[in-house]
Design a protein around this ligand. Structure first.
Ligand code: GAR
Length: 209
């Protein structure tokens, strides 16, 4: 199974969704570390209770590159080969991003490319969008940029506030993130997979004469 480190800063409910999905026998990944910049992150307790090793290093008083280097070392030591950001509320240094190029995913609570950055739900409501949602994407040097691997839509209800919408988007995220991560590691660890898909598509095309 692909070994994944999950980085969190807060409640860690997306981490919990990734973790519980990984307990299903067919899941192609396992969570081998949950790491946080916030020693009080609630999610650390969930992980510890489930027997997952945790690591915490506060960013306070450290510069970004130094803090990221400490997180990187902990991830490497754990044996993880993928990183899943799940409510990790830190902007990452370009050095850290480069080290995990193509192997680090993030979940962002908007239908990217809409609403990068913060306050995504408030912005969607103010824009009178009919739908909000969430995206899982590969992390690149630009904030909330990088190829989108999966998205899920959530209808905005009359009377929704940023908080009520955020709660519903989270429920959708619990479906999206485990599925998208699972599909990604299967593709990434099996170079034949894409080729096989392309080949089977080609086979279903009508024969040219
Ligand atoms: C999630 O909704 C996630 O999409 C969002 O924070 C929440 C974390 O909740 N991420 C961001 O805003 C990243 N910029 P959780 O800690 O309960 O998983």
């Amino acid at each position: 199974k692909a070994k994944v480190a999950v980085l969190i800063s807060g409640a860690g409910t997306n981490m919990a969704a990734l973790l519980f999905a990984s307990k299903l026998p067919s899941c192609p990944y396992e969570i081998i570390l949950v790491a946080s910049n916030n020693p009080d992150a609630e999610g650390l307790k969930i992980a510890a209770a489930e027997g997952i090793p945790t690591f915490t290093k506060s960013h306070i008083g450290l510069d970004r590159v130094a803090h990221d280097a400490i997180m990187h070392d902990a991830i490497v030591k754990s044996g993880a080969t993928y990183v899943a950001l799940a409510g990790y509320m830190r902007i990452l240094s370009k050095e850290f991003v480069a080290k995990w190029d193509g192997r680090m995913l993030n979940i962002h609570p908007s239908l990217l490319p809409k609403y990068k950055g913060l306050h995504t739900h408030q912005r969607a409501i103010e824009a009178k969008d009919p739908v909000a949602g969430s995206s899982v994407h590969l992390v690149t040097a630009e904030l909330d940029d990088g190829p989108v691997l999966g998205q899920i839509e959530v209808t905005i209800l009359p009377g929704d506030t940023a908080d009520t919408l955020a709660d519903r988007v989270k429920m959708a995220e619990y479906q999206l993130y485990p599925k998208t991560l699972a599909e990604f590691v299967v593709r990434d660890t099996n170079p034949e997979f894409l080729t096989a898909q392309v080949r089977s598509l080609a086979l279903t095309q009508p024969e040219a004469d």
